[in-house]
Design a protein around this ligand. Structure first.
Ligand SMILES: C[S@@+](CC[C@H](N)C(=O)[O-])C[C@H]1O[C@@H](n2cnc3c(N)ncnc32)[C@H](O)[C@@H]1O
Ligand SMILES: [Zn+2]
Ligand SMILES: [Zn+2]
Ligand SMILES: [Zn+2]
Length: 894
């Protein structure tokens, strides 16, 4: 069913307005979301929150930007070099791929997904670039991209992604080597321990800490162990668990950490076993309280922290790797394992503390700022709340440096100081990017994942959630261990290599393939700005705005990003003015956040201003494609009216998956959506009755097309139906009249919800109305229109809604056979089985004959459904008697 796309004078209908291959995108998105650092390492160089997947924006870019075969060149990447692909020689072929995209089969363009496609003369803006995904992907198609974000951290992260494509990898590697030569040994010195196997030192991968509070009753110190797990056993012990004995503090191996066990560690010089019996699962803290081992007093942790002016932390265990034993081929379980903390470890920590407090010139390389008050740092100070706030300010943290211990501050300051001394700005910034991203793991705000034997990242949830048992990693890095400078450095190098010569993974015959590296690199023509997007000054300039705007209180970017900002600022504040302030901007941030006195209404007002600005920046034939959350009808209504009010027409909506977590949850609620909108042309007045009919048909048609041709869930189909209906509405926004009033977009969305539901339940009456609306109607139409509905031709025939005795006849009110059928029922014993259609045709007939109708109208208790149907009949036949017989006053035609 491929048609030539519409083309008005200056506006081509874009592939993305006709169809989008969500099945293909989801298939690859599912894989990408599980292995982002391998699929598109350019995006894992540094954390940003709620990032969209690259494949989603690549597909969006391809379907939004490729509209003119004359402007496209397609290269095939292969192992040797790139060549123009077979398509390129033929504009006609590309034109075909473009034209073939439609709702039923949008996959023609998908063929180009794994190709190096370059599209000329396209200018793309992302005013809310965040982690820069849209810009990186659009730039790979050769577009000139302009990015903007209010947040300096987002600006920096995106800038480096775009810089990566034009960065000399050798120069960068040399800089990393030089950094290693100058600071690695010095840092690593503080992460050593005595190897339990022999008389030499091993490397520490992780130190384990526990918080301590005084018992409010007896004054004893209580360590806040929620349980005594240290880490799951490895190799030959992978069915066991390492736990800490609360009595002798040895790390022992037990079969089951939930069951009672006896400590078999030998203590002291006597050679005697400890023998302590305990259940490792049963710790001293839980549910926000802690319990004293000596006197049994239970008390709230938060209260105690407040009253005692903070908490202490104590080192109790560590995980090591011994390179010497590794070389000597000892058992794997001996080379890498857990052990308790000994004097050596305490002394080393003391040395680090001393160096940190005494050494000159390092303090200026850690942040000096206080943690600002905010909804994520102390929600109790504001009216209104937000999910996932963890109130660090009430947990004994007040400066950003409180989130780190002295050894971490010492190591990090050495790194930052060294990085700050680099001359080459670009190189310096990549080193900074790396150092900044290791902050996520090298702080005291993260714990250890016992079952997976590795440190957890900060921002697993989008908030600060300090654990009772923090885990301290090795800042530079040992042979193993996550989130170290070495491992993030390798990821940054991979990111830069990828940006220089990106590849694509695609699925063919069920297997994933990767293309050879493509020649066209990321960010060849790119610029980024840091500021409020409402102050952008471009007008009529962009062919496309591709973006992911903020969504209510989904993520409080400003508060979260300050954690990185205060460190990045150390190196960047002299180079960029947006790195001068104490913290990232909040008031201009478009978000619902009680801490800046903004609720849903403020968010909605601001997002309108944003759409308005986007509208101004777009060319009149441009397109706005953005991702958003799918939610209830009310926020759909809000979104539609905001877009329409500022002058957009919504032309399509599609469901997408946000991330792996949301992937398998099923129906519509868990999906994010893509919205396609274009600057509206003139809008025409329309009556709600007639628009309703259009919308109804559109919903039906869309559903049928999708159900018959694609393998989609009901939720997916619902979202696309919505988009198709919005498109109908958008052409008339502000000019839809019902009962003499103009309908608002929100009212219409409410109606559309109902219509979509109804359209999924198409019955005899609906098919009949469609038949009424069909020119030169024939039996073929009965067949065709009944397909995929709850009606079938037999039912229609039985009701005499058509008959074929003397050629094909429709059962209109003045059709004898049809009227005989109705009268039989009206005059029968009961009229229970009279349908609304029967009733209306009966009334219409009586009216014609000059017979009274009022008594029937009263008897039948006319309801909304019947009025509705009367309206539709009147509308489709142009005969408003149907509504008049029901006594409707408002039947003037608009
Ligand atoms: C949903 S995020 C974008 C995520 C991005 N698409 C990605 O994949 O990483 C929205 C962004 O809008 C930014 N933002 C909020 N208010 C803004 C404003 N007034 N001007 C510009 N950017 C703003 C936030 O800082 C945030 O980075
Ligand atoms: Zn006590
Ligand atoms: Zn013991
Ligand atoms: Zn060893």
């Amino acid at each position: 069913m491929s048609q030539e796309p519409h083309q008005t004078s200056d506006r081509r209908e874009l592939p993305i307005e006709r169809g989008f291959p969500i099945e293909r995108v989801n298939e690859i998105a599912d894989k990408e979301s599980r292995a982002k650092q391998w699929y598109r390492p350019v995006y894992t160089m540094h954390k940003w929150w709620a990032r969209r997947l690259g494949c989603v924006f690549r597909a969006i870019s391809l379907y939004s930007l490729l509209d003119d075969p004359k402007k496209a060149q397609i290269y095939e990447s292969n192992q040797e070099n790139e060549s123009l692909s077979e398509f390129t020689n033929s504009e006609l072929d590309i034109q075909n791929l473009i034209n073939q995209v439609d709702l039923e089969d949008p996959e023609s363009l998908w063929k180009l997904f794994p190709k190096d496609v370059r599209i000329k003369d396209k200018k793309v803006l992302d005013p809310f670039m965040g982690g820069g995904t849209s810009l990186v992907e659009a730039s790979r198609f050769g577009a000139d991209v302009v990015g903007n974000d209010l947040n300096p951290v987002a600006w920096f992260v995106s800038k480096k992604e775009l810089d990566a494509g034009v960065t000399d990898i050798e120069v960068l590697k040399q800089a990393f080597d030089k950094l290693e030569d100058s600071v690695a040994d010095e840092i690593q010195e503080y992460y050593k321990t005595e190897c339990p196997n022999d008389d030499h030192l091993a490397d520490v991968m992780y130190y384990f800490w526990v918080k301590e509070l005084d018992c409010v009753s007896c004054g004893d110190t209580v360590s806040l162990f929620n349980d005594y797990r240290v880490g799951k056993g490895r190799y030959e012990h992978d069915d066991k668990y390492h736990v800490l004995c609360p009595k002798c503090e040895s790390v022992i191996l037990v079969d089951d950490w939930r069951e009672e066990c006896t400590c078999d560690a030998v203590v002291g010089k006597t050679g005697k076993k400890c023998g302590h019996e305990f259940v490792p699962e049963e710790g001293t803290s839980g549910g926000g309280d802690y319990t004293c081992n000596s006197c049994g007093q239970k008390y709230g942790i938060l209260d105690a922290i407040q009253e005692q002016g903070g908490f202490n932390s104590r080192l109790y265990g560590l995980e090591y790797h011994c390179p010497t034993c590794d070389q000597n081929n000892l058992n794997k379980g001996q080379i890498k394992s857990y052990k308790q903390v000994e004097d050596f470890d305490i002394r080393l920590l003391e040395e680090a503390r001393n160096e940190w407090s005494e050494k000159e010139g390092l303090q200026e390389y850690v942040p000096t700022e206080e943690i600002p008050l905010g909804i994520k740092t102390d929600s109790s100070k504001f009216e209104g709340n937000i999910t996932g706030g963890h109130n660090v300010l009430r947990q004994g943290f007040s400066d950003w440096t409180d989130m780190f211990n002295e050894r971490q501050l010492l190591s990090l300051s050495k790194l930052f100081r060294e990085i700050d001394s680099y001359e080459n700005q670009n190189v310096k910034e990549f080193l900074l990017l790396t150092a900044s991203n290791i902050l996520r793991t090298n702080n005291m705000m993260v714990g250890y994942d016992y079952s997976r034997n590795g440190i957890v990242n900060l921002y697993k949830s989008n908030s600060f959630d300090p654990p009772q048992k923090p885990c301290e990693g090795n800042v530079w890095g040992a042979e193993y261990g996550r989130g170290t400078f070495e491992s993030i450095r390798d990821m940054v190098i991979r990111g830069v290599e990828y940006a220089r010569n990106p590849t694509e993974r695609y699925i063919k015959d069920g297997d994933t393939h990767e293309t050879a590296p493509m020649e066209y690199s990321v960010g060849q023509s790119a610029s980024v700005r840091c500021g409020d997007m409402r102050t952008l000054d471009q007008e009529n300039e962009f062919d496309a705005v591709i973006t992911d705007p903020p969504y209510y209180d989904n993520v409080i970017y400003s508060e979260l990003s300050d954690f990185f900002y205060v460190w990045q600022k150390i190196v960047l504040h002299e180079d960029y003015e947006h790195f001068e302030p104490e913290r990232t901007p909040r008031t201009e941030s478009i978000v619902a956040n009680p801490a800046v006195q903004k609720g849903a209404q403020e968010f909605e007002d601001e997002i309108r201003q944003a759409f308005n600005k986007i509208h101004t920046s777009l060319k009149s034939n441009g397109v706005l494609t953005f991702t958003y959350h799918h939610s209830d009808s009310e926020s759909w209504g809000e979104l539609l009216s905001a877009l329409c009010d500022v002058g957009f027409e919504v032309t399509a909506t599609y469901p997408i998956s946000a991330d792996e977590n949301k992937f398998f949850e099923g129906e519509a609620v868990s999906f994010d959506i893509i919205v396609v909108a274009r600057p509206a042309t003139d809008r025409e007045s329309v009556s709600w009755n007639s628009l309703r009919r259009d919308i109804y048909r559109t919903a039906r048609r869309t559903r049928k097309q999708l159900e018959e041709n694609r393998d989609l869930s009901r939720g997916d189909i619902g979202v696309m139906e919505m988009g198709a209906c919005f498109r109908e509405y958008s052409k008339h926004h502000g000019k839809v009249q019902r009962d003499g009033d103009i309908m608002s977009a929100k009212e219409v969305v409410q109606e559309i919800y109902g219509i979509i539901q109804e359209a999924s339940d198409i019955g005899v009456e609906d098919v009949f109305i469609d038949l009424l609306d069909t020119a030169n109607v024939s039996y073929d139409d009965v067949n065709k229109l009944s397909r995929g509905t709850n009606a079938n031709p037999e039912d229609l025939k039985e009701m005499r809604l058509y008959n074929q005795d003397d050629g094909f006849e429709l059962g209109t009110w003045d059709n004898e056979k049809r009227q005989a059928y109705i009268q039989e029922r009206v005059n029968g014993d009961s009229d229970d089985h009279l349908s609304n259609l029967d009733k209306l045709q009966f009334l219409r007939y009586r009216y014609e004959k000059g017979q009274a109708v009022q008594n029937y109208v009263e008897k039948w208790d006319v309801d909304d459904d019947m009025r509705e149907l009367a309206g539709r009949l009147a509308d489709v036949t142009g005969d408003d008697t149907y509504t008049r017989v029901l006594g409707d006053r408002d039947i003037t035609s608009y």
